[in-house]
Design a protein around this ligand. Structure first.
Ligand code: NA7
Length: 644
């Protein structure tokens, strides 16, 4: 626990009525963990454990009298700590911790996860993933060393924070006028995160004041801006410049990055290392449907929402049914005259009762005032979104229905979702048939139901599942000749995700270029971060680092940034000017990765998605468990690199 454990406890008990009221609104599993951590009362843990059935708060059935026992025990313990001004208790021994964790999420937590979980929870330290120097400044062998970071979204900002902490000179190039990346660019109605917020945030910058379990875009953007202010990053960011080219110079072992400003002027800078943090989902993909450019009304992509366009009382055609459509559609359905949704392929969507809930004030109070509560909530949510489904995303070679599911667990998931959707659709079997994918659950990104199915039941909403033939100045024309008049078109058609790093042109050693090496859709890198022929170039959210079985992309970012900082530390401390991954290391990694992915749901022949390329190779998404990627990236290994 942090240094001010005593004052935290004193404050918590100052107003006992407030304390009790807050505990009543807090989640019982993390409360139990706090109580056990403060008291060591394992009997209480065992009494409650059978009533916790899973890692979400809505998966517990702890009887009220037992809940009250936990709260009373906690109030008593806090008062006792305060009365005797006692310091924080020592951390529980590993076997106790494992038992607590397992009880807290209602599932066995294997020992191999404990180091990762402790790091994510940051008990006792504010910042478990920071990288420090190993030698004094005087002993560092590199002189002036500069890093250029491209992009000021979650990834680039994380890199900037770590560079600043280390005192390495850096500059961030950002094409937009502000920070935030995808959270700046996307402001369509209903835009929100679908990973739980208390976990979808930097581990070293916990926000206890999220107002929702899954916050809306404005709140996330405010969090990002707050992080930038706290770390004094703005002065390091050059806004409104879009990096267009990065060229490696072998003689000086430096990169020259060129950029374009919004007024068309160009500029450039040189750096010893470059970190790309350009995201995967910010170049809108608009399909080339014949006649689309003749449409007379407003037509815009979800990521370029035209807020000046009138939707009220208009006939809106929304093309696409992915994550953006799932949020935008239900958010506008009650305003428009008619919403016609054009679906090419149905998606799987699950229900999460917290998705639409606000965080109770008492829960926020506990996050701020109760020692360890915030850490335990983060643990719980990490586990809920972690590797739980990973085993079920592998093919069972003996499974008799390989076209619709992978194995018994995946089929069970399929059946559960179908039942849920059937209920939401009020038993409309014809509509249900249109909404249920033929491919296995998790084949594409698993969506969270944002009242989508209820929306489809509205009188003013229609789901079209036939192919679109063309667009005229005022309508969408289907392949069967049906004409659907429309006043507005919303392209909810996603992003050019497989063309990683595009349109940034990167030229490495010996004339190698990223587009030449990768083509349009075949990116490869070691750990998603670095590739042969591109010395001193590091990628965040690079090939095969997207997450689709669980997790938060911020977790992956933190793993990557720690790895990259270790690489830069090596360069600076040892005076290394070139760091280039060995081709055999890179190739062996990608072979392992391809072999792993070949067995998984994303390469299922019945699925098309932006996770993979035209030849069915998984290129964007990671096949690894979070635990595996964490272990692979935890320690930078110089022997895997050519060091010069
Ligand atoms: P997605 O998830 O890529 O969804 C795009 C949708 O657009 C999807 O339903 C596509 O159907 C559909 N689409 C694409 N091209 C066409 C054409 N030509 N005709 C009809 N429909 C088409 O993008 P989102 O913006 O929703 O979400 C992207 C990510 O952002 C999301 O996963 C989160 O991580 C945040 P398809 O399924 O390909 O048949």
């Amino acid at each position: 626990m942090s240094v001010d454990f005593r004052s935290l406890v004193r404050q918590a008990v100052r107003d006992e009525a407030r304390l009790r009221a807050s505990l009543a609104e807090s989640d019982i599993a993390p409360l139990l963990m706090v109580t056990v951590q403060l008291t060591g009362d394992m009997a209480l843990l065992e009494a409650v454990a059978p009533h916790i059935h899973g890692p979400w708060n809505f998966l517990q059935s702890v009887p009220e009298d037992l809940q009250q026992r936990v709260r009373e025990r906690l109030v008593g313990a806090l008062k006792d700590f305060a009365a005797h001004d006692r310091p924080a208790p020592p951390p529980p021994p590993p076997e106790v911790l494992q038992r607590m964790m397992s009880a807290g999420v209602g599932q066995p937590v294997p020992a191999e996860y404990i180091p990762l979980l402790l790091e994510e929870m940051s008990f006792g330290e504010a910042d478990t993933r920071s990288v420090g120097w190993t030698v004094d400044p005087a002993a560092r062998r590199s002189g002036a060393f500069k890093v250029l970071v491209i992009g000021a979204g979650f990834g680039g900002l994380c890199a900037a924070i770590r560079l600043k902490q280390l005192g390495i000179a850096f500059e961030v190039l950002e094409k937009n006028a502000d920070v935030g990346g995808t959270w700046l660019e996307n402001d369509y109605p209903g835009c929100a995160v679908d990973t739980p917020n208390h976990f979808y945030s930097y581990s070293f910058q916990v926000n206890n004041r999220w107002t929702r379990h899954f916050s809306r875009r404005d709140e996330i953007l405010a969090y990002i801006r707050d992080v930038v202010a706290r770390h004094g990053l703005r002065e390091h960011i050059r806004f409104g410049v879009e990096a267009s080219q990065a060229v490696y110079d072998e003689a000086s072992a430096t990169w020259r990055v060129q950029w374009r400003e919004r007024d068309g002027t160009t500029g450039s800078a040189t750096a010893n290392a470059v970190i790309t943090a350009v995201g995967q989902l910010n170049r809108p993909a608009i399909p080339a449907i014949p006649g689309a450019d003749t449409f007379k009304g407003p037509a815009f992509h979800t990521a370029r929402w035209d807020h000046s366009a009138t939707l009220d009382g208009r006939r809106v055609a929304m093309i696409g049914t992915g994550a953006s459509a799932m949020q935008a559609g239900p958010s506008i359905a009650d305003r428009v005259a008619h919403l016609r949704v054009f679906q090419r392929t149905p998606h799987w969507a699950v229900n999460n009762p917290n998705y639409h809930r606000e965080v109770a004030p008492g829960h926020i109070w506990s996050l701020e005032h109760l020692p360890y509560y915030s850490n335990w909530l983060r643990f719980q949510l990490f586990w809920a979104s972690s590797d739980g489904f990973h085993p079920s995303l592998h093919r069972d070679p003996g499974w008799p229905h390989p076209e619709r599911s992978l194995n018994a667990a995946n089929q069970k998931m399929r059946d559960m979702i179908i039942e849920y959707v059937r209920g939401e659709l009020g038993g409309d079997e014809a509509l249900l048939a249109k909404c249920i994918p033929s491919y296995p659950p998790y084949g594409k990104r698993m969506l969270r139901d944002n009242h989508w199915y209820q929306m489809l039941r509205r009188d003013n909403v229609t789901l079209e599942t036939g192919p679109i033939a063309r667009i005229t100045e005022d309508s969408i024309v289907m392949a069967d000749g049906t004409v659907h008049p429309a006043d507005v078109i919303v392209w909810a058609t996603g992003f050019q995700a497989s063309k990683l790093l595009w349109p940034l042109e990167i030229v490495g050693r010996d004339g190698h270029s990223v587009r030449g090496d990768w083509g349009d859709d075949d990116p490869r890198a070691y750990l998603g971060m670095t590739a042969p022929n591109y010395p001193n170039l590091f990628m965040l959210y690079g090939p095969n680092t997207n997450l689709a079985h669980g997790g938060s992309i911020i977790f992956h970012t933190e793993c990557q940034v720690r790895y990259i900082m270790q690489a830069l530390r090596l360069m600076i401390e040892q005076g290394v000017s070139r760091l280039e991954v060995r081709p055999e290391v890179h190739d062996a990694y990608n072979e392992r990765l391809d072999a792993k992915a070949a067995d998984m749901v994303w390469t299922h022949p019945g699925v098309t998605s932006w996770y993979k390329n035209a030849r069915n190779r998984l290129t964007v998404t990671s096949p690894w468990r979070l635990l595996d990627y964490w272990a692979m990236t935890k320690d930078f290994r110089a022997d895997e690199f050519r060091v010069g």
